[in-house]
Each structure stands twice: as C-alpha cells, then as structure tokens.
Design a binder for this molecule. Structure first.
Ligand SMILES: Nc1ncnc2c1ncn2[C@@H]1O[C@H](COP(=O)(O)OP(=O)(O)OP(=O)(O)O)[C@@H](O)[C@H]1O
Ligand SMILES: [Mg+2]
Length: 226
C-alpha cells in the first residue's frame, strides 16, 4: 500500500486574547491508501482539529497537509473549496442531512455542486443508496428515517464524488451499539477508500480499524496497527 496523505509538522494554535491553545503540535503522520484508521484520545486532544485540517475546512498555523500529492497550504481558497467538494467526503455525528430534502436528493446534493447533469446525478445517487442498503428509502426525508438510516444516507452522500479519503467525526456517537457496528462494517467494506474516523469508543476502534492513533494534548501518544 502506498501513502495517500500525510501531515508535515502540522500545528494549529488558537489565540484567545492572552491565551494560546495549541490544538495540534507539530504532528507528522502518514496515512496509507485504503487503510481504516481510528483516532482516539480525550476531549480536547485535537482529534477534530486534525480532521478539519485534513479536509481543508481549516488552515494550519504552520506545517502542511499533503493529499494525493497536493499541498493544501499552497492552495488558493477556490482550489481548497474544490478539494473539499471532490477530494474528500465528510461524515458527522449528527448526520448533517438537509431536512427538507429526500434521501436521494441529499445524496445528489454534492453532485449538484459539482455540476453533474440531473439524469446522471439521479442515477449515481440511486446506485449509492443501493450500495448502503437504502434503495427502499429514496423518497424519505431525514425525519422519516432511523438514526442508522440517516447515517447511511450521509455515507452515500460522502461517496457521491468518489473521493479517495473519507473523514468521519464520531460517526457512531449518536447510535446504539448494534447500529454503530453496522455503520462501521459499512465503512470498513468500502473498497478503495482511506477512512479516518474519530471515536471515543476504543472497543469499536479495536474491532473495526486496522490502525489506532491515540492523541494527547495535540500529539501522538501511541500508534498501533493490527
Ligand atoms: N475554534 C476554536 N477556537 C479556539 N479554540 C479551539 C477552537 N477549536 C478547538 N479549540 C481548542 O483546541 C483544542 C482541540 O480541540 P478539538 O476540537 O480538536 O478536540 P477533540 O479532540 O475533537 O475533542 P472532543 O473529543 O471533545 O470532540 C481544545 O482545547 C479546544 O478548546
Ligand atoms: Mg471533536
């Protein structure tokens, strides 16, 4: 397996008046193509900060993120926006679906932004819903779906532009343990995808991820592969 992404002395500080919070401190790590990595660590250790920087949602104070050869720190805002749309997929704890749109339309949404014509969009969204086991729920709005089903829609949406990298921040934090395991089995089974998942649940990390990185105070405390 080759490298898909890496961080180089990645540092993110927040200046709050007189105080400086160092969320990530000179973090250097490499993410392998197609590997499922879990990031654990106590609250405030920098897990979400890392995902935001990997996903181009935020810019580092110093250091860089390199994804598929692209140096994110060197990208202009427009190019970073393009990277967010097509280079990476996000999955969140509270699903973040658009409540007024159907399951199918939620999955189509990133394809609308990417300018994919309507028939092609619908076809791809339909296929993705099938892939996550939800073809029977296309026309349901988020409020007409269970939590697990909403997260499946969110996974399908994250896959819409076929990005190599999926970033999931506590994707099972709002689900019961059986449903959580189903969602992680789905994520683990995605062929060709590199997945980085933040979780508080070490048992789930152990059961599903090949690699577990533990953060403490913005640095790597341990990094283990199975
Ligand atoms: N926008 C911000 N402004 C100021 N400080 C921030 C901001 N975002 C995060 N921080 C600080 O950076 C540190 C790391 O935050 P981060 O959200 O990455 O932690 P986390 O590991 O995801 O925690 P949790 O498990 O609670 O989600 C924390 O001390 C937090 O208070
Ligand atoms: Mg967090």
């Amino acid at each position: 397996m080759g490298e898909l992404a890496r961080t180089e002395r990645l540092t993110r500080r927040y200046v709050m008046g007189e105080n400086v919070v160092t969320a990530l401190e000179s973090l250097t790590l490499s993410l392998e193509e197609r590997e499922f990595t879990a990031v654990v660590g106590r609250s405030g250790s920098g897990k979400s900060t890392l995902l935001h920087l990997l996903g181009g949602l935020d810019r580092p104070t110093s250091g860089d993120v390199v994804v598929a050869g692209k140096r994110l720190a060197e990208l202009a805002d427009d190019d970073l926006a393009l990277y967010r749309r097509s280079g990476v997929g996000f999955i969140f704890q509270f699903f973040n679906l658009v409540p007024t749109l159907s399951a199918l339309q939620n999955v189509e949404f990133p394809l609308v932004l990417a300018g994919v014509p309507a028939p092609e969009r619908r076809r791809r969204a339909g296929e993705l819903l099938e892939k996550v086991g939800l073809s029977g729920r296309r026309d349901h709005r988020p409020s007409e779906l269970s939590g697990g089903e909403q997260q499946r829609v969110a996974v399908a949406r994250a896959l819409a532009n076929d990005p190599p990298l999926l970033l999931a921040d506590e994707p099972t934090g709002n689900l019961d343990s059986k449903t959580a395991a189903e969602i992680l089995a789905l994520l683990r089974g995605l062929e060709g995808k590199t997945v980085v998942m933040v979780t508080h649940d070490r048992d789930l990390a152990r059961d599903f991820a090949r690699r577990t990185i533990e953060f403490r105070d913005g640095q790597v405390l341990s990094d283990e592969r199975r």
